[in-house]
Design a protein around this ligand. Sequence first.
Ligand SMILES: *[C@@H]1O[C@H](CO)[C@@H](O)[C@H](O)[C@H]1NC(C)=O
Ligand SMILES: *[C@@H]1O[C@H](CO)[C@@H](O)[C@H](O)[C@H]1NC(C)=O
Ligand SMILES: CC(=O)N[C@H]1CO[C@H](CO)[C@@H](O)[C@@H]1O
Length: 481
Amino acid sequence: MNKFILFVLGVILVTTEQITGKEKYVVCYYGTWAAYRNGLGKFDVTNINTELCTHIVYTFLGINRTGTVVSLDPYLDYPENWGRDNLRKFNALKKQNPTIKTILAVGGWNEGSAKYSVMAATPKLRKNFITSAIEMIKKFGFDGLDIDWEYPNRGDTVYGHDDINNFTQLLKELREAFDKHGLLLCAAVSSVKSMASLSYDIPAISRYLDLINVMAYDMNGASDLVTGHNSPLHRGEGDENVPKDNLKTIDAVLEYWLEQGCPPEKLILGLPLYGHTFKLSNATINGVRAPSDGPGIAGPYTATRGMIGYNELCMKFRRETWKLKYDNSAKVPYAVQGNNWVSYDDAQSLTAKVKYALQFNIAGITLWSIETDDFLGACYLDDYPLTRAVNIVLGRSIESTTHGSVSTPTTEKPSTSQPTDQFVCEDTGFFPNPDDCTSYYYCVKNAGNILVPKLLHCPGNLHWDQNNELCNYPDQTNCNI
Ligand SMILES: *[C@@H]1O[C@H](CO)[C@@H](O)[C@H](O)[C@H]1NC(C)=O
Ligand SMILES: *[C@@H]1O[C@H](CO)[C@@H](O)[C@H](O)[C@H]1NC(C)=O
Ligand SMILES: CC(=O)N[C@H]1CO[C@H](CO)[C@@H](O)[C@@H]1O
């Protein structure tokens, strides 16, 4: 791409920001359990790049039968018994970027609906929840709470339809308590009309929440027994005859939430950094809405049939032969290999979605979740290619950690990012930089099957910790170059 085009793009980005005024949010969810993954999938608190997010969300804490906020994994969350102390370390990331907001998420899919249905229905339990949430937030220095009740009036709910008003009541009481402490109140909500209309009084919850994360993914999945997109922007291949009210698309979701009275300045659109996998019934019938026998391949790190992280998928694309397709109506890619079918997002599809959503002047984008972006840059030269793409289209100026230059929306990379170093790789994997504590090498085979070193930099002033293969606090590594 030549300099003139880059210049024009730059001007467009600046202008977008000026028109819309306020800085757009990039809310990054972090799944703490990714610290248990192996090899290149392992993602610790210190892997978070604080320049690429305006808000980072720690997932998940839970509640017990009395509505009290509790750790679901004390070893990860707390320092006691040689624990990982992640609640503290997560908030210590503010030293790297003092403007970043840290949010504590309570709930999530595994917590179910029942405990939340009971808690929200009972004044005393609501009080326990609110008091214990504030205590936890204050103790560790968070800026706010994200409630992920999945979902009011669905699944294993106890009080059914009463959940709707009880959720509103809970948010009302939280708002009053949070205002005394200046805390942010956020919720993650289901997106499509057929689901969201079961769970929420949208105008009422919108009054009390600061940010509403509309989770525009999992719109189709392996249980449908036909292939479908995880997060289509528009009506796609095979959807020609679906009535508007049943559409599972981002454009329909935005229209529904805004028309129901969710203020655009509170709406953040949730986008996926992972794909859905399907097993085709017949390899020769491999389009969208093709017959499927259920969930397909699992990734090496996330190890869950039916889903795959972008970091896992991009490596498969590099190493194996896949047919990459693009649904020109839905504006999302999919990939086929024999009986394997995968719906996913790439920088191009995420860019299209963000551009579309910006027309409605929404507050920003949420990403679920940053540990499945190619956070090491193992597939391509830049790390966090998807998170970067979203930052760029939102008009946020970001530094590239791998080569210190401003990223541009192009696949062409500045030549300085090529590994020109003297370091010699003897094997694939991570190696300390013999000349510097704050950087390290990642050795990977290139297209010609030759091992090449890639110089990576730790965020902030962290040092590379070879024993744990992560960036760590200097006093916890023994580098003294
Ligand atoms: C819930 O957790 C709190 C704080 O740890 C504890 O005091 C309370 O007894 C717990 N309640 C139940 C029913 O486990
Ligand atoms: C798969 O579909 C093709 C094309 O419709 C058909 O000819 C073939 O018999 C099918 N194979 C199986 C095993 O059903
Ligand atoms: C405020 C409100 O609607 N409270 C209801 C919550 O749910 C319980 C259990 O069904 C009802 O008894 C409350 O009236």
